[in-house]
Design a protein around this ligand. Structure first.
Ligand SMILES: Nc1ncnc2c1ncn2[C@@H]1O[C@H](COP(=O)(O)OP(=O)(O)OP(=O)(O)O)[C@@H](O)[C@H]1O
Ligand SMILES: [Mg+2]
Length: 272
């Protein structure tokens, strides 16, 4: 479990904190969606959860960040990197910059863990297969589209098989098919016991993959609960987050005074 306990965090030079008294836990086997309007504090929450803030970006933090119950404050960045996988939305910055091919890029992490060669190969090939990027394996990762790079950097993270994973808008540059592949891969990783925190404004994706959802607004956690409850909460839109399409459709049908049978048929059609 990766947890923030009463965390208040302020960037260096900022007049106001970007996280205020935030307590959230990302449990083992859980995919927790973190959502909220622009500027709410989602990326900041990711930076704090994986230890980059304040270690690398500076600033001041009060409260505690706990990794499997252990206070991370005394741990240096290199100790955290091996335990918490992190993925950010600009995939180009996420690539190693040293790999000549996509295959080497994905293998880079497991190789650095010092794993036996057979295991490096197995992890690399299964991550590549999970995201269906076999056709890119021999390509130069620097010469890919943003969406392709996003899939490659995600494959690199999957190959690490991290116990904890923090992802900031991992599907920002992906089309619906790529988004579904990433969603399915995260689900499988969570089934193996990983804790996964993923920030996302696409609530249709969250409806498909998240077990729990945390809504952040103005640096605070303002809603939290089982995904289905939070996504159907009428307060959600007030925090700048659109409900998933089936819920919006149902509301529109109800507002238009359609008969109950028609609403049920619309719901079935939307689910397909
Ligand atoms: N390096 C920084 N220094 C000072 N303030 C910052 C810094 N980075 C972010 N902030 C501020 O912290 C607040 C939260 O920003 P954050 O990037 O966490 O929002 P977000 O929810 O990820 O937004 P978005 O949906 O646009 O990605 C904003 O007010 C932002 O201006
Ligand atoms: Mg952000």
């Amino acid at each position: 479990m990766l947890a923030l306990e009463s965390v208040t965090y302020r960037y260096a030079g900022a007049t106001r904190p970007s996280l205020r008294d935030v307590s959230v836990a990302f449990g083992d086997g859980e995919v927790v969606g973190v959502t909220g309007r622009s500027e709410a504090g989602k990326t900041t929450l990711c930076l704090v959860a994986c230890g980059i803030a304040p270690r690398t970006v500076g600033g001041t933090l009060t409260g505690r960040v706990l990794l499997d119950g252990e206070d991370t404050a005394p741990l240096p960045m290199h100790a955290l990197v091996g335990r918490v996988g992190m993925g950010f939305s600009r995939p180009a910055t996420q690539l190693s910059g040293v790999a000549g091919t996509v295959y080497e890029e994905v293998a880079f992490g497991p190789m650095n863990l010092g794993l036996p060669r057979a295991e490096v190969i197995e992890r690399t090939e299964s991550a590549i297969a999970a995201l269906r990027i076999e056709p890119l394996a021999a390509r130069d990762p620097r010469r890919l589209s943003g969406g392709q790079q996003q899939l490659v950097s995600m494959a690199g993270l999957l190959a690490l098989r991290p116990a904890h994973l923090v992802l900031d808008e991992p599907t920002a540059q992906l089309d619906p098919a790529g988004t579904r592949l990433v969603g399915a891969a995260l689900g499988r990783l969570a089934e193996r016991g990983a804790s996964i925190a993923v920030t996302e404004q696409k609530t249709d994706l969250l409806a498909a993959i998240a077990t729990r959802i945390v809504v952040v607004d103005e640096a605070r956690v303002v809603l939290e609960g089982p995904a289905a409850d939070v996504l159907a909460d009428p307060a959600l839109e007030g925090f700048g987050v659109a409900a998933p399409a089936p819920i919006r459709l149902e509301r529109a049908a109800a507002a238009a005074d359609l008969p109950a049978g028609a609403i049920a048929r619309l719901r079935e059609a939307a689910a397909k």
